[in-house]
Write a protein that binds this ligand. Structure first.
Ligand code: CUA
Length: 361
């Protein structure tokens, strides 16, 4: 019999359902902490009552030899609670580490918080509003960002909650275990409609999830209806070309600006000598505010995209940039640049428009 069954954690009616891999263990730890608190409260209150009764006024109890020091008792009430506290600490730290360490095989889902709704982007292009649809039995990584104020993405049934910040990505992960519909909340006061910034997590069996993914164009509709446009990479490539990234950031335009091919995850040296890693946060900042940190060897000529791209578009753009590889710099071939998924990007047009009309600084 496991500890969870022993303390009956599965029989407590007012707990949210346990629908993720770490929900049960978190509940057990919570209940053990709670039971220990009750136990020690009980001991203290019971002794208070008993001693108050024994030594009540006018009782005949022996008061002639009051105890001033008792090393045995003092050591016991110091060491036992300390050991129990350490057990809770180590146990809690392990669970915390498990909850934050995203497994390598986790699939990514993007969460954008905004006043006052949740927007979800799946890498295959499906978009959802205030609904998150996932299958059981597969780990998912949530990459979250806010487009205005601080929100907090909270799924009680999964026992996960992560702050969603403007200007910086945060992440969380889970693996759902139990099909069903669960609550999704914003757990950070974010303005007038905060309490209505809620939604539904729709956990499907792997088969239902596959049907949900495939439903575009099929007669059979699976709730909630999936809205799919292009994949994030395809949308990102379109943005890459339409907003002008491709004018300066392909391997054959490198005299003007660093190539974005194979940049993802690389170490970059800035003009001020600082070495930064080209991760999500770095790339996002350098798209929106490119002149704050300029790569060594280049001029600050890139236009500022802050306000011109939504967080969803940045997510797609980063998906595309990530798809350009992380290791080898592809070489320009005969004025045409081949990219990973086999499509060909035409060589850059004159970048004059960007430089002269919008100019860096
Ligand atoms: Cu968003 Cu509270």
């Amino acid at each position: 019999m496991g500890l969870d069954k022993l303390i009956g954690v599965d029989k407590i009616p007012f707990f949210p359902p346990e629908a993720s891999t770490f929900a049960r263990e978190i509940d057990v730890l919570y209940l053990v902490t709670w039971l220990l608190t009750i136990l020690f409260l009980g001991i203290v209150v019971a002794m208070l009552g008993v001693l108050a009764f024994i030594y009540r006024r006018k009782s005949k109890a022996d008061r002639s030899h009051p105890i001033h020091t008792h090393h045995g008792i003092e050591l016991a009430w110091s060491i036992i609670p300390m050991l129990l506290g350490l057990v809770i600490f180590v146990w809690g730290a392990k669970l915390y580490a498990d909850a934050y360490k995203v497994p390598d095989n986790a699939e990514e889902i993007f969460v954008v918080g905004k006043q006052w709704m949740w927007h979800i982007q799946h890498t295959n292009g499906i978009r959802e509003n205030n609904t998150l649809t996932v299958p059981t039995g597969r780990p998912f990584k949530l990459t979250c960002i806010s487009q205005d104020v601080i929100h907090s993405f909270f799924i009680p049934a999964f026992r996960i909650k992560r702050d969603v910040l403007p200007g910086s990505y945060t992440s969380a992960w889970f693996e759902a275990t139990l099909p069903g519909k669960y609550h999704l909340f914003c757990a950070e006061y974010c303005g007038t409609e905060h309490s209505r910034m809620t939604g539904t997590v729709n956990v499907l069996t792997p088969e239902d999830y596959q049907r949900w993914l495939d439903q575009k164009g099929s007669k059979e509709e699976v709730e909630p209806k999936a809205v799919r446009a292009k994949t994030m990479e395809e949308e990102g490539q379109e943005i890459f070309e339409t907003v002008g990234c491709s004018n300066c950031h392909t391997p054959d335009t490198t005299p003007r600006a660093p190539s974005l091919y194979a940049i993802y995850g690389k170490k970059r040296q800035m003009q001020n000598g600082e070495i930064l890693t080209a991760d999500r946060n770095y790339l996002r900042t350098n798209i929106l505010q490119p002149n704050d940190k300029v790569t060594a060897g280049y001029e600050a000529t890139m236009p500022v995209y802050q306000g011109n791209l939504t967080e969803e578009q940045v997510n797609s753009l980063l998906a595309y940039i990530k798809s350009l590889g992380t290791s080898e710099e592809p070489k320009p071939a005969g004025g045409e640049v081949k990219i990973k998924n086999g499509k060909v990007v035409k060589p850059a047009q004159a970048p004059k428009a960007i430089n002269s009309t919008q100019g860096g600084n």
